[in-house]
Design a protein around this ligand. Structure first.
Ligand SMILES: [Zn+2]
Length: 234
C-alpha cells in the first residue's frame, strides 16, 4: 500500500459568460494583466548628492526632497502601486515622517513590490521617461537600467529608461519622471492544494497518474475503462 500525494493549482476564472450585470469584472479577481502609471518631480538643490535610479550621479546639484529625492524610483514606485490600486507613495511614506528623512528610495520600491506580490501580481515590464536638462543620462542609462532591474528583481530587458530635456517648458531647475508598469497575475505556488489517496497497488497508482495526465494535459489514456474507484480518492 502506498500513499499518493497530489498537489494541484486551483481552477482560476479568466473570463465570464453571462448577462452584463453578472459578468462585470470589478475587483482584481478576473484580471490577468493590469497597468500602472507614476509621475514625480523634484527641484535641483546645491549641496546634496544627485540620486537617480538608485545610482549617485556626478553633478554639482542634487534633488531636493524629504528622502534621497530619487525621482525615477519614486515614479516607478507609484506605477507599481497604481497597477494594483494600492494607493501612492505618499500614503505609505508621509513626507513629514522623520523616519524617511534622507531615506534610500529603494525602501519605497521594495514596499511597492511587496504590495504587488500580496495582490498576486508580478512585473511584466517597466518603461520610464526622465525629463531633465542635466546631467546627460544616456552615458549611464545602461548602468541605471541594470541597477533598477536588480532592485525590481527582473531581467534587464524588462526595464526601459529614456531621457529628454525639458524643451520649451522652462523647467531646467526641475527633474521629472514618468513611468508605466505592466503587471500580470502570478502563479501562486502557495495556493497549490494537496490531496492524498491510499493506493492498493502499483497498477492502481499508474492508473491514477494516467487519468490525471489525460484530464489535465490531454495525454491519451492507454486504457479506456478506469480500473480504480474514484470514491477511493478522498
Ligand atoms: Zn519624489
Amino acid at each position: 500500500m502506498q500513499v499518493l500525494r497530489l498537489r494541484f493549482a486551483p481552477l482560476r476564472m479568466t473570463g465570464c459568460v453571462g448577462d452584463s450585470e453578472t459578468s462585470s469584472t470589478t475587483g482584481t479577481e478576473t484580471m490577468d494583466t493590469r497597468i500602472g502609471f507614476g509621475f514625480d518631480s523634484h527641484e535641483f538643490k546645491p549641496g546634496v548628492p544627485l540620486r537617480i535610479g538608485g545610482l549617485t550621479l556626478e553633478h554639482p546639484e542634487g534633488l531636493a526632497g524629504h528622502s534621497d529625492g530619487d525621482v525615477l524610483l519614486h515614479a516607478i514606485t507609484d506605477a507599481l502601486l497604481g497597477a494594483v490600486a494600492a494607493g501612492d507613495i505618499g500614503s505609505f511614506f508621509p513626507p513629514g515622517d522623520p523616519r524617511w528623512k534622507n531615506a534610500d528610495s529603494a525602501i519605497f520600491l521594495n514596499l511597492a513590490m511587496e504590495e504587488l506580490q500580496n495582490a498576486g501580481y508580478r512585473i511584466v515590464n517597466v518603461d520610464t521617461t526622465l525629463v531633465l536638462a542635466a546631467p546627460k543620462i544616456s552615458p549611464i542609462a545602461g548602468e541605471m537600467r541594470a541597477r533598477v532591474a536588480d532592485l525590481l528583481g527582473v531581467e534587464l530587458n524588462q526595464v526601459s529608461i529614456k531621457a529628454k530635456t525639458p524643451e520649451g517648458l522652462g523647467l531646467d531647475h526641475v527633474a521629472q519622471c514618468h513611468a508605466v508598469a505592466l503587471v500580470e497575475r502570478a502563479a501562486d505556488e502557495d495556493a497549490l492544494k494537496s490531496m492524498s489517496a491510499v493506493i492498493e497497488s502499483q497498477k492502481q497508482l499508474e492508473d491514477v497518474v494516467e487519468d490525471l495526465l489525460s484530464s489535465v494535459h490531454g495525454v491519451p489514456k492507454k486504457r479506456v475503462a478506469p480500473v480504480y474507484d474514484t470514491e477511493d480518492i478522498t
